[in-house]
Design a protein around this ligand. Structure first.
Ligand code: MEV
Length: 425
């Protein structure tokens, strides 16, 4: 058990790296160099990043790209995206440009309510519990007044508290279901602090509080983004055929979970990239979005398509609990830059931008899938990764990229072309 260590978090960064290199690698010097080459030269900036989590030993780079030409509610936007998949930013940019000349994206926040629960067990008389809850309700709210003070000044706070009987699903199980408005903050800490204060006030000998926690299922924190145009304005050789096939692809994702998961994964390519770039919690978003996609009992597409009276309409509706103040949004210099480039949006405005990035990504994927196939564009973008893996020089990259301008890239074809090039030079 030599590799099990106590007090690891107390070691210095150098000691942690030495311990890792000695115990888990044979090529220690190389490993230490790899780790160190990603340290930021600015020590204060590096310390800021070190302190985000425990046991930081280095940084992990992800590309930070921007997708221009998004017209959302008649206003131009550039959208920051953090993502490793080669075709995502290119696809978003292409689709943004496409819709910029067809009316742009129209968005709307439907609701912004977040929820949290006090989960507890109670085996006594239900009416007694209801009476206790009703008499306590004001005290429960009072118990949170110091926590909610600033939020109330900003127009947020606790909206409602309800007692829910869950005993049909689990013996003795009840909840306090608490609704919140958290304005521009994601509100996780605020919600959890309120819930714990409410739970303490609600506590009684015959009430066994199990836990108090926000829910990442936020079906009432909903946003919609939409594009529409005349079918004939969709362009291409046969816009009617394109629109029909596109709509069928969406319908398939509405009824076939195997397809819906991949369809929604494509949407999340856009969503997660903006969520990451703005320092928001992508795990919370992922969990909430996929739960929402299953709200009717089967997993379904988050986007929908309609063709009526010659008008093509494509839209997405999904829950997004995000923030534009507090947390990493204020601490991470790049998250701050992202918000600045979008004009410091409110949380609802950012919900609209993020939903739009998801819809654009979905449009790009479905357009490719129902026409040329996905691999054409995908492999074109992947070409640089293959060439980098093979240590190609800039000159070699230029020559090979030109050769693939009119043909589909495959790994083996790139390898062969590079071999031929090197043999002949
Ligand atoms: C790949 O990251 C995403 C797609 O598979 C999405 C889709 O199939 O709709 C292209």
């Amino acid at each position: 058990m030599a590799k099990v260590i106590s007090g690891f978090s107390k070691l210095s960064k150098k000691e942690k790296i030495d311990w890792l290199a000695t115990n888990f690698f044979n090529n220690q010097n190389e490993i230490i160099e790899t780790i160190k080459q990603y340290w930021n030269a600015d020590e204060a900036l590096q310390r800021l990043h070190d302190d985000f989590i425990e046991n930081t030993i280095t940084n992990f780079y992800m590309p930070y790209g921007i997708a221009p030409n998004f017209v959302i509610n008649d206003k131009e936007h550039v959208i920051p995206m953090v993502v490793e998949e080669s075709s995502v930013v290119a696809a978003a940019s292409l689709v943004a440009k496409f819709w910029s000349t067809r009316g742009g994206f129209k968005t709307k926040v439907i609701s912004t309510t977040k929820v949290g629960h006090i989960h507890f067990m109670y085996s006594g008389n239900k009416e007694d519990l209801e009476t206790y809850f009703e008499t306590q309700k004001n005290n429960l709210l009072k118990a949170t007044l110091s926590i909610t003070k600033n939020m109330r000044k900003r127009g947020g706070g606790i909206l409602d508290i309800n007692l829910i009987d869950k005993t049909k699903s689990l013996t003795d199980y009840y909840q306090l279901h608490v609704c919140f408005e958290t304005k521009d903050s994601m509100g996780a800490n605020f919600i959890n602090s309120c819930l714990e204060a409410i739970a303490n006030e609600f506590r009684r000998n015959d009430i066994d509080i199990i836990m108090s926690i926000l829910s990442n299922y936020v079906p009432e924190c909903l946003v919609r983004s939409e594009v529409s145009c005349k079918v004939q304005d969709l362009g291409g050789e046969n816009p009617e055929k394109f629109a029909r096939k596109f709509q069928q692809a969406v319908k398939i994702a509405e009824i076939e979970p195997y397809r819906a998961v991949t369809h929604n994964k494509g949407i999340m390519n856009g969503i997660d990239a903006v969520v990451l770039a703005t320092g928001n919690d992508f795990r919370a978003i992922e969990a909430g979005v996929h739960a929402y996609a299953s709200k009717e009992g089967t997993y379904k597409s988050l986007s929908h398509c309609e063709i009526e009276n010659g008008i093509f309409k494509f839209w997405i509706e999904l829950p997004l609990a995000i923030g534009t103040v507090g947390g990493l949004t204020a601490l991470h210099p790049m998250a701050k830059l992202s918000l600045d480039m979008m004009g410091r949006p409110s949380a609802p405005k950012l919900m609209e931008i993020i939903a739009t990035a998801g819809l654009a990504q979905n449009f790009a994927a479905l357009r490719a899938l129902t026409t040329k196939g996905i691999q054409h564009g995908h492999m074109k973008m992947h070409l640089m990764n293959i060439l980098n893996q093979m240590g190609a020089s800039n000159e070699e990259k230029n020559i090979i990229s030109k050769e693939f301008e009119n043909s589909t890239v495959s790994h083996s074809a790139v390898v062969q072309k590079l071999k031929n090039l090197r043999k002949n030079s």
